[in-house]
Design a protein. Sequence first.
Length: 270
Amino acid sequence: MNENVRTVAPASDVAREAIVVRRLAKRYGSAADAVDALHNIDFTVREGEFMAVVGPSGCGKSTLLKILAGLMPASGGEALLNGAPIAGPRRDIGVVFQSPVLFPWRSVLGNVLLPVDVQRLGRERMTARALDLIALVGLSGFERRFPWELSGGMQQRVALVRALIHDPALLLMDEPFGALDALTREEMNVELQRIWLERRKTVVFITHSTAEAVFLADRVLVMTPRPGRIADLLAIDFARPRSIDIMNTDAFGTHVRRIRAALNAGGGIE
């Protein structure tokens, strides 16, 4: 048996369900011009679980994330966070997008503290937490630097800290490393895994990369082409922490091939 593989207990034996999605649907437009983006989506995410979502372009991945973030209403069904319906933006949800969206006139520390200022959480009390998180992502010494002085990977670390500063129950990530070069992307995958192991946030991570999904996730949800449905949901049974070298193993390749088979079955492989 591969030493990197461990047995995964059933979801009900591990932790309670943080996210519950039932019969979720999203339709854009109306009448003859209507477009169904999501149809009859059902899944759960356990507290502290890292779930990746993969699928072809236009399958509704980002739409799903926006509904979970409370940035967009569903057309049908429901999404619950800790038992409460997600009906709008919530303070207990953090979001990281593909673009860091940092304010150029704010320093690293200033950008991290933006949610603190908006939510009036108290700068004096939260600055110590911000500095701890900046250190956690390896940016100590850059607190007073501005975004234009940082690399792309460093900017995404700032965006990640900003999403964590108010200690959200749920962290949503929409292809956060998609614009980075391959080497930096691998480095950020390892870094994100380390941060997740440190904080154990519930994470839903959208990606186009099957390898990235298998490397990072506890489970991978595979979506069909539009209208987005669930084509497969598989557990990733590798021990943590995982090194990049695990991508060269037969077991890793088996998971990737299963995801690609599900994508192929829907005509949506990328």
